[in-house]
Design a binder for this molecule. Structure first.
Ligand code: UTP
Length: 291
């Protein structure tokens, strides 16, 4: 079945990037000149998604404003002849059918996705974590996952190997066996494992495609690590019962939910950007010589 709906959870508190995220959603932190969530919406659209539900919360109205029309700004750009910028700004409000729902309390990613049950109905949903930006690659990451969903008819997780020292206690880990290049069968997973619990160094990073069967699981899910409803715990039950597919997507993932990830994204994307690339490269070389 074709995947046309996506959910972007963006209702978290962003405690790892405080104080930047106190009054501004971390999903709105820019990479050079675009907020993180715009890259994510553009990835969804480039992957064939037509309907997007963004899960928001108090203090996140900047996300809604970003994808809305802005008549005053548009009039000013038109008057000053900034046609290209005007087109870019206008395009933002017609990228896809964007819907919003509020998660009234940040009870975890599993709870955030559960808020999408009416939107999903009986359809599969792609889930793009609001602070994980994926850039480049052979095809958009969500497209690579949707292809696997459409081929295998099972839930799909976007995965990458993570160094063990980083993975333990922080990421999820998966029991995987290879099916084809970059595609794996996933039969088990553990969120924030201890060293003894590690199943492999493959972790779920920022993307998944879930069948509607995930919702009855989320409905009765107990809280997990950190006292939150963990999406990984629900996917673990799904993987053990029905099996899931892991796709090692080809793009580069930037974690905009942590300080180092934000800096890496700014530098790497800045080096590729036509306006900043050459001067940033020069600057970094000069700086590196002093380190
Ligand atoms: P994270 O766990 O990275 O976000 O969730 P967080 O809870 O904001 O992070 P810290 O630990 O406090 O820094 C991944 C994505 O899921 C969303 C977040 O907004 C983020 O985009 N999320 C998380 C929700 O929508 N609701 C939640 O209850 C938790």
């Amino acid at each position: 079945m074709k995947v046309t709906k996506a959910v972007i959870p963006a209702a978290g508190l962003g405690t790892r990037v405080l104080p930047a995220s106190k009054a501004m959603p971390k999903e709105m932190l820019p990479i050079v000149d675009k907020p993180a969530i715009q890259y994510i919406v553009e990835e969804a659209v480039a992957s064939g998604i037509t309907d997007i539900l963004i899960i928001t919360s108090r203090g996140k109205s900047a996300v809604e404003d970003h994808f809305d029309r802005s008549p005053e700004l548009e009039a000013r750009l038109e008057k000053s002849g900034k046609t290209q910028l005007l087109e870019e700004i206008r395009a933002l409000s017609s990228l896809a059918n964007i819907h919003y729902i509020r998660q009234t309390e940040a009870k975890g990613l599993g709870h955030a996705v559960y808020c999408a049950r009416a939107f999903a109905g009986n359809d599969p949903i792609a889930v793009l974590y609001g602070d994980d930006v994926v850039i480049g690659g052979q095809r958009p990451a969500t497209r690579e996952l949707c292809d696997a969903y459409e081929q295998y008819g099972k839930g799909v997780v976007g995965i990458k190997p993570v160094p063990l020292e980083e993975l333990i206690g922080r990421y999820s880990c998966l029991a995987v066996s290879p099916l084809e290049e970059r595609v794996f069968s996933v039969t088990d997973m553990i969120e924030k494992p201890t060293r003894e619990q590690v199943l492999s160094n493959y972790s779920i990073l920022g993307r998944c495609v879930l069948p509607p069967e995930i919702f009855p699981i989320l409905e009765t899910l107990p809280t997990g690590a950190g006292g939150e409803y963990q999406l990984t715990d629900a996917m673990k039950l799904l993987a053990r019962r029905d099996g899931m597919i892991g796709v090692e997507y080809t793009g580069t993932r930037y974690d905009m939910g942590n300080k180092l990830g934000i800096l890496q994204a700014a530098i790497e994307v800045g080096l590729q950007h036509p306006e900043t690339g050459a001067s940033l490269r020069r600057y970094l070389k000069e700086l590196a010589a002093t380190l």
